[in-house]
Design a protein around this ligand. Structure first.
Ligand code: CP
Length: 363
């Protein structure tokens, strides 16, 4: 268990200069539960196991009308702000649904051009304004580090409240990584768990924040190995590889995606993230024909393996694969709703009540 430190005891400059591992103890509550959710490295194996178990309990409780009422009463006195200044379908809607499951009242700002940011108000002031009216802020931003800055800033006010990073720049998407882990854990439940599995990542690995966060979260499981398949200019960043080296994870880089498919327990496809092109259309010359998963590739994928994608997709996975039992991307997005419910319930200290209800009524 990480030792509790207080964000209001450290200047922004000093906090910002810490490594992510050093920042992590500032993000937990006195009882060890996560308070802010900012990056993948803050989660350890024990927390991941607890969140996955809780997500399954919430999912099962939600099948029953009485269970839905029980969950919906837990946090009905709380309000959540969803501040998404970057496009989103799944993350926004699954957080929205997760808040509804737990009874939150919800408000949203998705278009800063209709907020007072247009009158010159800084993002920091905007978000501090939300904190006056809400009990939690879930935020997606094109700016790397903004969620961290806000967590620190609000901890130095009289209304500290949980900040959840729902995607920050090209850097991290920690709750996507949580739902990916949950999907992997469920998929390999009857195959000895996630340990010893081989994950094949493919696509724009340089700018895909979901891959970056998931690769780091996977270091919590023993003997995981990874292959990163991408054209040279889209290959995974050295910063991630350094962290995999430090964790003793075996990995391989390749430009030959197709040859790697038969060895994969999970194939994780990603789209080209051309919204980050410095010049519009800059990525369009990259030939991606060998970095898509086709109906023919299903024949070379082992029967027990799974295909994942954070979505949205373009051409990375042929729709001919959609009804194959190994196609996990639809279930993956629904899993996001359950694990995000589990995360929020934990942030607000309702996890034990959910477990007690589950043990009494559904075990
Ligand atoms: N996976 C994901 O982040 O999807 P959205 O961009 O639709 O939220």
């Amino acid at each position: 268990m990480m030792k509790r430190k207080h964000l209001d005891e450290i200047s922004w400059e000093d906090f910002n200069n810490l490594s992510l591992e050093e920042k992590a103890p500032y993000l937990v509550q006195a009882n060890g539960r996560p308070f802010h959710t900012l990056f993948a490295q803050q989660f350890d194996r024990e927390q991941l196991d607890r969140l996955c178990d809780l997500a399954t309990r919430i999912r099962r409780i939600s099948k029953h009308r009485e269970g839905v009422k029980f969950l919906g009463d837990l946090l009905c006195h709380k309000r959540a702000m969803l501040y998404f200044s970057q496009p989103s379908s799944r993350t926004f809607l699954s957080f929205y649904a997760a808040c509804q499951i737990l009874g939150f009242r919800i408000a949203e700002v998705r278009d800063p051009s209709i907020s007072s940011e247009m009158k010159g108000e800084s993002r920091e002031d905007s978000i501090r304004t939300f904190s006056s009216y809400f009990d939690m802020i879930i935020m997606r931003s094109p700016l790397q580090g903004l969620a961290e800055k806000m967590a620190w800033l609000l901890s130095n006010t009289n209304r500290p409240l949980p900040i959840i990073n729902a995607g920050s720049g090209k850097d991290q998407h920690p709750t996507q990584a949580l739902l990916d882990i949950y999907t992997l854990v469920l998929s390999f439940e009857k195959r000895g768990g996630l340990a010893n599995k081989h994950i094949l990542f493919c696509g724009d690995l340089a700018r895909g924040r979901t891959v970056r966060s998931l690769a780091l979260l996977l270091t919590n499981y023993s003997n995981i190995s990874m292959t990163f398949a991408a054209p040279d200019q889209l290959q995974i960043g050295k910063d991630i590889l350094e962290q995999l080296d430090n964790a003793g994870v075996k990995y391989e880089l390749t430009s030959n995606f197709k040859d790697a498919i038969p060895q994969a327990d999970a194939v994780y496809m990603t789209r080209i993230q051309d919204e980050w092109d410095t010049k519009p259309g800059e990525s369009s010359h990259i030939d991606l024909t060998q970095y898509s998963f086709t109906g023919d590739d299903l024949k070379r994928l082992p029967m027990y393996s799974i295909i994942m994608h954070p979505l949205p997709r373009r051409t990375e996975i042929d729709t001919a694969c959609d009804n194959d039992p190994r196609a996990m991307y639809w279930r993956q997005m629904r899993n996001g709703m359950w694990i995000r419910s589990a995360l929020i319930a934990t942030n607000f200290g309702r996890d034990d009540e959910i477990t007690q209800y589950y043990m009494k009524n559904l075990k």
